[in-house]
Every structure is written in C-alpha cells, then in structure tokens.
Design a protein around this ligand. Sequence first.
Ligand SMILES: Cc1cc2nc3c(=O)[nH]c(=O)nc-3n(C[C@H](O)[C@H](O)[C@H](O)COP(=O)(O)OP(=O)(O)OC[C@H]3O[C@@H](n4cnc5c(N)ncnc54)[C@H](O)[C@@H]3O)c2cc1C
Length: 426
Amino acid sequence: MAWDFSTEPEFQRQLDWVEEFCRTEVEPLDLVFPGAAYSRNPKAKALADPLKQQVKDRGLWALFLDSELGGPGFGQLKLALLNEILGRYRSAPVVFGTAAPDTGNMEMLAAYGTDEQKRRWLFPLLNQEIFSAYSMTEPQGGSDPSLFKTNATRDGDEWVINGEKWFTSAGAHADIIFVMCVNGMFVVPRDSPGIEIAEQPALHNHIRYNNVRVPADHLLGPEDGAKVLAQRRLGGGRIHHAMRTVAQVKLAFDIMCERALSRQSHGKIIAEHQMVQEAIADSYAEINMLRLLVLWTAWTIDNSSTKQARTQIAACKYTCAKVLREVSYRALHIMGSLGTTDLTPLQAMWAAAPTMAIADGVDEVHKVTVARNVLRGYDAHPGLWPTEYLPAKREEARKKYAELIAADPDLAAWADAAASGRLSRR
Ligand SMILES: Cc1cc2nc3c(=O)[nH]c(=O)nc-3n(C[C@H](O)[C@H](O)[C@H](O)COP(=O)(O)OP(=O)(O)OC[C@H]3O[C@@H](n4cnc5c(N)ncnc54)[C@H](O)[C@@H]3O)c2cc1C
C-alpha cells in the first residue's frame, strides 16, 4: 500500500531549480517590467522569451497538459507541487506556459479538437504565438447555465452566432475566443465582424456577438456538447487556481511570521503575544488542510479522471477562497498600517479573496455540488431512530451475547449497570 508524502528526488531537484529560477529571474522581471511576460511588445518579449526558453530546455513547459492530450505527462500531482511555487510570482504561470485562461481552453482543444483544429489553434496556443479567452457568463446570470441565451444558427457552411457575454477575461486582447452557445462550443477569431467589445469592464470584457459568422469547422466537439466541454474546461481550471492559492497563502504566512518576529509591542516581540500566536497556529493548520486537500484531489485526478474528482475539485474551489480570505486577513492585520498599503503583496491578496469566491463559479454552487454528491453515498434511516441511536444498537448487540447473559444473571446485572453508567469503568 502506498501512502507516501515524499517527492521523488529527481522531481525535487526540478522544484528546487524552479524555486531558484523564479526568485532570481521571474520576480525581478515582474518587479521592474510588470506584464512583460504577457506582452507582445518586442522589447518586453526580448526580456521574457529567454526565460520561457530556459523553462522549455528544462522540460517544464506546459506541464498542465497530460500525456494523453499531447503534453509532457507529469500529471496533476506534480503540477500541484510546481504551482505551489509558481503561484507566488505574478508572471510565473505564463513563463511556464501554464497561465489561465489559455490552459483550460487548451485542455478543451486537446480533448475535443480535430487534428486540424489542434494544428490551427492548440499548438500556437501552447507556444504562446496566440492567446485566447473564454466567453461563457452572460449579463442576466452566470451561476445558472440554463439562463444562457447565446446561440448559433447553421447557414450553409457557416455558423452565425448571436448573443451577449459578460466578464470574458482578456477578451479584448485575445486572438481567439471560445464562445459557449446553448447549442455548442465555438472558436471565434476576435477580429470577426460583428464582435462588439464594451469599454467597461476593462479587464473582463462585456462582448456582444452580432451575427458573427464562423466556418462550420469552428464548432469544437459535438453539436449541443457545450456543457460537457465547459465542465472539462472549468474542472481543470479550478484545481489549478487552488494549487496557485496554496502558493499565495504560504507567501502571506511567510510575511506574517517574519513580521511577528520583527516587531515589538508592550515589552515583547509581537510573536510572544498569544493572539498573534493564535493567528499563526490557525493559519498553519488551515494552509496545510488546504494543501493536503489540493494534493489529494490532484492525486485522484491522476489515478482516475477530472470527472471522478468532481466533488473534491468543488471542495477545493470554496476552501481555497476561504483560506485565502482568512490567512491574508490575519497577515495583513499583523502587519498593522503597512498591511493596509500596496507596499506589500497583502492588500492585493486580501482584495482577491472575494474574487476567488466568485470566479469559476460562486462558492454556494460548489457547496451544493459537494453536499449533493456526498449525500448520494447515504440513505435515510429506516425507522424513527438514527442508526447510531445507542439504546437500539445496544439491544441489537445483546442478541450476540444472549446465551451468555441468560446463563449468568450476575453478568447480566453488571452489563445493565455498566450500560446505564452506574459502574465505574474499572
Ligand atoms: C475575476 C473573474 C474572472 C472571470 N472570468 C470569466 C471568463 O473568462 N469567462 C466567463 O465566461 N466568465 C468569467 N467570470 C464570470 C464568472 O464565471 C461568474 O462571475 C460566476 O459564474 C458567477 O456569475 P455572476 O457573476 O453572474 O453571479 P450570479 O450568478 O449573479 O451570483 C451572485 C450571487 O448570487 C448567489 N447565488 C447564485 N446562485 C446561487 C445558488 N445556486 N445558490 C445559492 N446562492 C446563489 C451567490 O451569493 C452569488 O455570489 C469571471 C469572474 C471573475 C470574478
């Protein structure tokens, strides 16, 4: 039986390299040229591309894609360990070819695309020659896909898409957009006539699709298959977010612990005040609970499938939002006034907590998923009393000793007294 929390020495060496590389190469790039890793500006690319090349040379590029989908096949568990480092640095996911929203879109393409679709979009996305966005949520409601209206109508060799999407992250800058219609998932070039992008919100775009025409072969997967593709996409995306959240809360924890040892108040360092110790102790336990939940979920995906791990992925989704909220708040609080500024990463991390509870599906919906799936493993108790009602259980258990009890009145009396709590345990 395998029940082992260690990392293979060979992969640990890779992780050590990643840690060092992120600290000495990615973080300085982030600090001096924020956004360079995402930029199409030739000067910014000239700074970021050599870093991406180093990652490729090391065999660590696009680790999210499993071998059956054409990726390096490291699996989700190793990806989780890698993301525990990458999630600490803003542009590390893009430097390692594992940044959202492209990763989820690539997973869909790899799983459902034809050879021609993969040639046209998957490989350029993998190489970051193009970037993508994902248009699912609509202005009238995001949590309930049955409210979505965007649809595609077949017209000869083309599909004609009409509808309105809200909060398409990076939609204005994408080369292609994966558009979820009620009757299928479509790949739509962003410069297609009929696409209208509102000025606000700036980062997560509000897009109208007005009679947007795409060739028939831009339908991804089967007609009417959009919900299945979306599940596939979002399942992977959620667990990757959770992995990166582990990195964020570890960063908050490091900041909190360092400060607790550095600051004096009322005659001692604040680490010696019990309420500060409570914040550290609670954070330590919560971070490790989240980490183990994420690693167990990643392991489950590797040993079964994303679909099989659905309940665990949903639990990771709302747990990471909660742990991020709690730990970043405590860390910010222990930093005092400095914590409320943007001079450390904590204010942004704390502000990201509500977003984490909404993006990729609101917490409530994931909690419902978990509760429903878990309850499928239970039945109602048949009579009035719950299964663990002790008097009924004891009555049933006495049947096992019926002959013994009948033959020995002293033993029967002792059993009655012991069960009623009248005897001491000795
Ligand atoms: C940073 C960010 C990036 C995003 N990127 C994308 C993207 O790239 N593409 C895309 O398509 N979408 C994207 N989204 C949208 C995201 O998927 C939706 O915001 C999310 O699904 C919730 O939909 P909504 O915002 O319409 O909230 P609503 O559905 O209006 O929900 C609002 C609130 O109502 C309550 N509620 C709703 N349903 C239930 C329920 N069943 N049970 C109990 N309470 C409920 C909850 O309190 C919930 O928070 C992004 C969102 C964020 C925040």
